[in-house]
Design a protein around this ligand. Structure first.
Ligand SMILES: [Ca+2]
Length: 157
């Protein structure tokens, strides 16, 4: 092998390595889990905007992680309004747990699997979503909790 051929082989091998690494990262499936812990820093509040695209009854449930208190339930069969947490007026991070579940024909509830994603919107801004799947098609739009944080105005609720 000439030195020129050897150099070429090295370049091709390096390029393959780079392309291979990129493809592996892109093909990594999103991490799927049943619950998401959302940290609300002092001076902030959490705003959850639900959306649904489902035939099954779907719920999004927001729980205070520290004590298990259910703070909000949103459903495609019921309450679908935007939920704002109380302002975090403490010095500590408050943690909310977001889960989702579905049921057909008022039978047993089944936990949804979801992913937490950062999504680019048409206006170029980014938004974070907990996106849940109630079946097997993997579109993760059956129940979606869009997350935002707002500065807490002192004394407001
Ligand atoms: Ca689906």
């Amino acid at each position: 092998m000439s030195s020129r051929t050897r150099a070429l082989v090295t370049i091709v091998a390096t390029l393959t390595l780079i392309v291979g690494a990129g493809a592996a990262a892109a093909d990594d499936p999103p991490k799927v889990q049943e619950q998401f812990l959302i940290e609300v820093p002092p001076g902030q509040r959490l705003v959850v905007t639900p959306s649904f695209s489902a035939g099954f009854e779907n719920e999004i449930i927001v729980t205070v992680h520290q004590n298990g208190h259910v703070a909000a339930r949103m459903s495609n069969f019921g309450e679908r309004g935007v939920w704002r947490s109380p302002p975090n007026t403490t010095d500590a991070v408050l943690v909310y747990r977001i889960t989702s579940r579905h049921r057909a024909a008022r039978s047993s509830w089944i936990a949804n699997q979801g992913t937490r994603r950062r999504v680019k919107k048409p206006d170029g801004s980014f938004v974070e979503r907990c996106a849940f799947e109630d079946s097997t098609d993997g579109d993760y739009d059956d129940a979606v909790a869009e997350l935002r944080f707002e500065p807490a105005v002192p004394g407001s609720r």
